[in-house]
Design a protein around this ligand. Sequence first.
Ligand code: SRM
Ligand code: SF4
Length: 576
Amino acid sequence: MPGMCTEMSTTVSDFEQVKADSRFLRGGIVEGLADPVTGAISDNDGKLLKFHGSYQQDDRDLRDERRRQKLEPAYAFMLRARLPGGVVTPAQWLVFDRIAREYANGSLRITTRQTFQWHGIIKRKLKPTIAAIHQALATTIAACGDVVRNVVSTANPVESPAHAITYAWAAKLSEELAPKTHAYHEIWLDGEQLVGEQAPRGEEGEPLYGTTYLPRKFKIGVAIPPLNDVDVFAQDLGLIAIIEHGQLVGFNVAIGGGMGATHNDASTYPRLADVIGFVPPEQVSAVAEAAVSVQRDWGDRHERKHARLKYTLDRRGVDAFVAELESRLGFALQPARPYRFDHNGDRYGWVEGHDGRWHLTLHIESGRLADVGERRGLTGLRELAKVHTGDFRLTCNQNLIVADVETADRARIDAIVEAHGLDGYRRQSAIRRHAVACVALPTCGLAMAESERYLPQLLPRLEAALERHGLSDAPILLRLSGCPNGCSRPYLGEIALVGRGPGRYDLRLGADFSGQRLNQVYRENVDEATILDTLDPLFARYAAERAQDEGFGDFLLRAGVLAPPPTRSTAATVLA
Ligand code: SRM
Ligand code: SF4
């Protein structure tokens, strides 16, 4: 691996002690929330707050001005829901929409892990907001923090009965692997318990996590081939549903995916997960729990930069990890079964399910639902939620499915969609429909460059270049991230921009169209003019020389524009 880190330092990272002392994630959060003197809470409590689903942020657009005025930064909180498989009922939608308008910044943000974020919630509104989410039978627990995060699953589970069962497994895993602390209920809900939740009464404990939880975040995703919309190889634990004769027979297990990296630090890197075997459905919970427990015990607790499972695997070896996993399980994984992915973007428009009901996928630019000009996405979805009898499904490409619609209701849904400017998917260029941008400025504290706010400027310029070469219909995966942490999974983009500084990005090229090959840096630290000048001749060659149905990334490799990637950058596909 690039500059792989083979040894661990001997000092435990400071945050390990904070977790250990936190009394199962309480710390001083209650006191911090009650302090009227500042809009912030302490650094350590801010870190613990993540486990409750919230990040303390400040509006970076206002930072300099407030500093000049000797004011404290404009602190506000981002809140993230835990919505396994991205399923939201219309009743929940209406509550989430109200929260966006009354407590947050007037927008709902669909994330790349198929859930919602709200931004701009001030400190004293945090508790009522979480309580309102709870009232809607949802939660924010463990949406962030060193725990198993929201389990993502191929959207549109009602396409076949096997899809529905696969989703149910994802939801089960999400619940089983959630922390068991009572702190969440105590702090936010005055001790009230979430409906359906089984927080242990009496003596408190974290049977899986222990007092220090995991060394770092742990992500699980379930994909149903041929659709890799969850980017299953970017997950710490990826589960590939194997459906035979319409029945879910089990899952191939992939471990050690992750995107995050740091500029100029070769000991950090994106990595694709390794497929290590197959398990029938009834063993999947045990496998997930055992994999989490090995990472809990083997992960690097000294250097957070090297604490993800991907580094544990490269340090200890995949074989050693699998041997330990199987020894804890008391059984061996079966050989991986054949599968084939053909794309990782969403399918727009109406799709009919196995039961004759319909699902409409809408393109939501960067997942941001707000009312701006003629595009009134927030209002449009509110109006839809008032009449929709099925549910909504958020996708890992930041889009939205209006799911489970009766044939007779389609026209009514279409009319609402059109009236609120949500029907762009019908007209948009292929690159626009395949673009994903992370949040970045002004809320993200780690952003080095714009991303979500830059996408609307960049896209027309790219579209113009593509149109010049007759490529408007070429579906090219475009991913923008404001920094190398990679929240838009940019290392899996056929074209990706990764922020370096204001207006400057690394241009990366050459991923495939199905999330099975990482891209490569093509130009480092360049501005928009250089990016467009670099892409234009490549588009010209692609238009002239591509084979039928050949993706842009595949073409760049075949044409020798890019060197063949090391095998490690490519997921080993077992072809169906
Ligand atoms: Fe992310 C940190 C936003 C998906 C890798 N991510 C952040 C923070 C919380 C910034 C921070 O730590 O202060 C960002 C908040 C911005 C804001 O203002 O809202 C943030 N990440 C997001 C979201 C909202 C991006 C989006 O535009 O949709 C996604 C929320 C997902 C969710 O609902 O849970 C989001 N983040 C991802 C993904 C994609 C995925 O999981 O499929 C990745 C790459 C996969 C991975 O984890 O390897 C990702 N985020 C990171 C990292 C790098 C982790 C690493 O191992 O190095 C950080 C930084 C960190 O953890 O220290 C980070
Ligand atoms: Fe922030 Fe970087 Fe993630 Fe974008 S990729 S949301 S800039 S942490």
